[in-house]
Write a protein that binds this ligand. Sequence first.
Ligand code: GRF
Length: 213
Amino acid sequence: MPQSLVVLISGGGSNLQSIIDACASGQVPARIARVISNRPGVRGLARAQAAGIAQETLNHQDFPDRESFDRALMARIDEEAPDLVVLAGFMRILTPQFVEHYLGKLVNIHPSLLPKFPGLHTHQRAIEARESHHGATVHFVTPTLDGGPAIMQDRVAIAADDTPESLAARVLEREHRLYPRAINAVLSGEIQFDAGQAWHQGRPLGPSGLALW
Ligand code: GRF
């Protein structure tokens, strides 16, 4: 049996598409068992359907609180017993109970060179801070928002005439090659999570993880 992924989305799913394509081409030797969106009708669900992948909506607005939503989400994910749970543009904060349940098997992509710019509006903030570079990070998820140990990063140079939109588009392109590579590194055991830290071939990774540049 190939290894399996469950992918959680909230929107357009362009990162999901890059993972679908990487699984189809064999670049990532795994299958996506299910795609779950917390928002109905998003493009990512159509992408999953077009690829013949089981997909469903679990609308967080149907639940009285974060805990009950996360419990229902865990139940759906655990039906597939995936090797890795992949957050791809999933715009919900997860409870510590959820995060602990998948610790070491839960990864996220964040559009900044973490630990710089956790949170929202990262592209605008990087431009305003006059950074020379901006990028994206794949990291293990821990209870600290955007604070888990980094797995891999890629970066782009910020141009003098960049707007948040132009920069976001260039970073997103990099995300699409970064995420499949990072998923591969975790599935193959090349990068592991242990004792709150990411390890690469037995050595602790630094705060940026593995750099793709
Ligand atoms: C990406 O920029 C990702 O880094 C962020 O949300 C965006 C999702 O885009 N977490 P998409 O839904 O994968 O197209």
